[in-house]
Write a protein that binds this ligand. Structure first.
Ligand code: SF4
Length: 258
C-alpha cells in the first residue's frame, strides 16, 4: 500500500512538472510576438523610475581621461568590461596619452592586453589610432562623430560612448544589452543596432537622453538578463510590453526546467 502511494506521488509530481513545463513554454512562446508600442506617458514613467533609482549612472569601464576612455571602449568590443578593467591599469600606467601609446609599441601593447579577446587586432588598432590622434588631432580625442569614426577600430557604438561619456552628448550606444532591452520590452524595436538607436533617440524624453544609455545597459546587464530576465525584481515590469514577462514570475522549481 505504501509502495502504491509512493508511485502515485511520483506520478503526480511528474504530471505537475509536465504541466509547469507546458505552461512555461506556452508563456515563453508568447514572448516571440512583437510587443505593442509604449505610450509617451509610459516611457516618461520608466525613465523617471530609472532616474529615481540611479540619478547619476556610471559606465563600468575604468579610465583616466578621454583617451583612456576611448582605448577602454575599443578594447571592450566582444569582451566584458570586467575583463578590460583587469588589463587596463597596467596599460594606462605606461600609456595614458596617444604619444605614450605609440612609444610603447604594438608588441608591448599586445602583451599587456593579451587576456582580452581579439587582442592582436586591438593592439594594432590602438597604435594606429594613437598615431592618427597625434598626426591629425594634436594628441587630443576629437569631440565629433565623423573624426571619431575615422579612427582605426572605432565604429558608431564606440563613438557614441565617447561622445556621451567624455563630452556629455546625448547619444545612445546600442550594445547587446540595449538591443535586447529595446526589442524585448517593445520600447525601441529594431532589426539592427542602428534602428534601435534611432528609435530610442525618438522616444526617450530629452531630459533623460544623457543618461539613457547607462540606465538601459545596467538594466540589461543586471535585471533584464538574456536567458532569464529578473522580471520579479524589475522596476518597470508593469510598463514592459514583453508578453513573456510573466513566464519568469513562476516558481523557481519551474525555472529549473529547460
Ligand atoms: S519585466 Fe522582465 S522582460 Fe520586461 S524589462 Fe523587466 S526584466 Fe525585462
Amino acid at each position: 500500500m505504501a509502495r502504491k502511494t509512493t508511485q502515485q506521488g511520483v506520478k503526480a509530481a511528474r504530471k505537475s512538472r509536465a504541466v509547469g513545463l507546458k505552461a512555461f513554454k506556452a508563456k515563453a512562446n508568447a514572448s516571440t510576438k512583437p510587443a505593442p508600442p509604449w505610450t509617451k506617458a509610459e516611457v516618461e514613467e520608466a525613465f523617471r523610475r530609472f532616474a529615481a533609482a540611479n540619478p547619476n549612472p556610471r559606465g563600468e569601464l575604468q579610465y583616466i581621461n578621454p583617451f583612456t576612455l576611448l582605448v577602454a571602449v575599443v578594447l571592450s568590443a566582444q569582451a566584458t568590461d570586467a575583463g578590460v578593467n583587469k588589463a587596463t591599469p597596467a596599460l594606462f600606467k605606461l600609456a595614458d596619452t596617444p604619444e605614450k601609446m605609440v612609444k610603447l609599441g604594438e608588441a608591448r601593447v599586445r602583451t599587456l592586453i593579451k587576456t582580452i579577446g581579439l587582442y592582436r587586432t586591438k593592439a594594432k588598432n590602438l597604435i594606429a589610432l594613437s598615431r592618427q590622434l597625434v598626426a591629425q588631432h594634436g594628441g587630443e580625442v576629437p569631440d565629433n562623430r565623423e573624426a571619431l569614426e575615422a579612427l582605426p577600430g572605432v565604429g558608431r557604438k564606440t563613438a557614441n560612448v565617447v561622445l556621451n561619456t567624455a563630452f556629455g552628448e546625448p547619444t545612445i550606444a546600442v550594445d547587446t544589452h540595449i538591443f535586447r532591452v529595446g526589442n524585448r520590452t517593445g520600447l525601441a524595436p529594431g532589426k539592427t543596432p542602428l534602428e534601435v538607436e534611432e528609435k530610442l533617440m525618438q522616444v526617450v524624453p530629452q531630459k533623460y537622453l544623457l543618461h539613457a544609455h547607462h540606465w538601459l545597459i545596467l538594466h540589461g546587464r543586471y535585471v533584464c538578463l538574456a536567458r532569464r530576465p529578473l522580471c520579479e525584481k524589475c522596476i518597470i515590469a508593469d510598463l514592459c510590453k514583453w508578453p513573456g514577462k510573466t513566464a519568469f514570475a513562476v516558481p523557481p522549481s519551474v525555472h529549473g526546467i529547460s
